[in-house]
Design a protein around this ligand. Structure first.
Ligand SMILES: [Zn+2]
Length: 235
C-alpha cells in the first residue's frame, strides 16, 4: 500500500465519522422535536382538564345562585302575604306560587348539593391529576436535558473530527486533495472498496489494467468510470 492511499483511507474514515456524527445530531434534533410536541400535548391535556373542572364549578355556582334567587322570591311572596293588604285573587296566586317555588327549591337545593359534592370530589381528583401531570412533564424535561448533554458531547466529537480532518488533509499531496474534494462534492464515499472486480461506488466492472495496478499497490488507483479512489481491502 502506498502511503497516500493510507492517508486517503484515513480521510475517508474521518469523513465517515463526521457523517455519522451529523446523523446522530440530526436524530437528536428529531427526538427533541418529538419531546417538545409531547410536552405541548401534555400541557394542553392538563389545560383541558382544568377547564373541565372550572365548568363543573361554574355549574354548581349557578345552581346555588338559582337556589338563593328562588328562596328570596319565596320570602318576598310570604312577606307580601303576611304584611301587605292584597286582593283575594292575588293572594290565591301568591300562595300557589309559593307552593310551586318550594317544590322547585327542594329540587334545586338537591341538585346544587350534588353539584357541590361533585366539585369537591373533582377538586381532589384534579390535584391528583396535577401531581401526575407535573411528574410526566418533569420526566419529559429530564429527557430533553439528557439530549442536550448528548448533543454537547457530539459537538465536542465533531470538533475533534474536524481538526483531525484538517490534520489528515495536510498530509495529503495537493493533487490528491483536490481530487478527493471534487469527489466528495459529488459522492458521500470518495474512497471505496473493490467488490470482486467491481468498483464499490459505481458498481461497474474495473478493467484488467486497473485491477492489476490495484493489486500491485504501488500507486493510488481510481475507478475509470466514476474516478473514486479504490481500495482493495479495508483493513
Ligand atoms: Zn466507480
Amino acid at each position: 500500500m502506498s502511503d497516500p492511499l493510507e492517508v486517503l483511507k484515513e480521510l475517508a474514515e474521518v469523513d465517515e465519522a463526521l457523517h455519522k456524527t451529523a446523523g446522530r445530531l440530526a436524530d437528536i434534533s428529531a427526538e427533541e422535536e418529538r419531546l417538545r410536541a409531547r410536552i405541548l400535548e401534555v400541557d394542553a391535556d392538563f389545560a383541558r382538564r382544568k377547564e373541565e373542572h372550572r365548568k363543573l364549578r361554574l355549574a354548581a355556582q349557578e345552581r346555588t345562585a338559582e337556589v338563593d334567587a328562588t328562596d328570596a322570591k319565596i320570602r318576598e311572596y310570604q312577606r307580601r302575604l303576611e304584611h301587605d293588604i292584597v286582593p283575594y285573587k292575588e293572594m290565591e296566586f301568591l300562595r300557589e306560587q309559593v307552593q310551586i317555588l318550594r317544590a322547585k327549591l327542594d329540587q334545586l337545593s338537591e341538585e346544587a348539593l350534588k353539584l357541590m359534592e361533585a366539585v369537591e370530589e373533582d377538586a381532589r381528583k384534579l390535584s391528583q391529576d396535577e401531581v401526575s401531570y407535573r411528574e410526566r412533564r418533569a420526566l419529559l424535561e429530564h429527557e430533553l436535558q439528557g439530549l442536550e448533554r448528548r448533543r454537547a458531547d457530539l459537538k465536542r466529537d465533531q470538533e475533534a473530527q474536524v481538526s483531525q480532518r484538517m490534520e489528515v488533509l495536510a498530509r495529503l499531496p495537493a493533487q490528491l486533495r483536490q481530487h478527493y474534494d471534487k469527489l466528495r462534492a459529488r459522492f458521500p464515499n470518495p474512497v471505496v472498496y473493490v467488490n470482486g472486480q467491481s468498483c464499490g461506488g459505481c458498481h461497474l466492472r474495473l478493467s484488467e489494467t486497473t485491477f492489476l495496478k490495484l493489486q500491485e499497490g504501488r500507486e493510488v488507483v481510481t475507478c475509470e468510470h466514476c474516478s473514486r479512489f479504490l481500495v482493495l481491502r479495508w483493513d
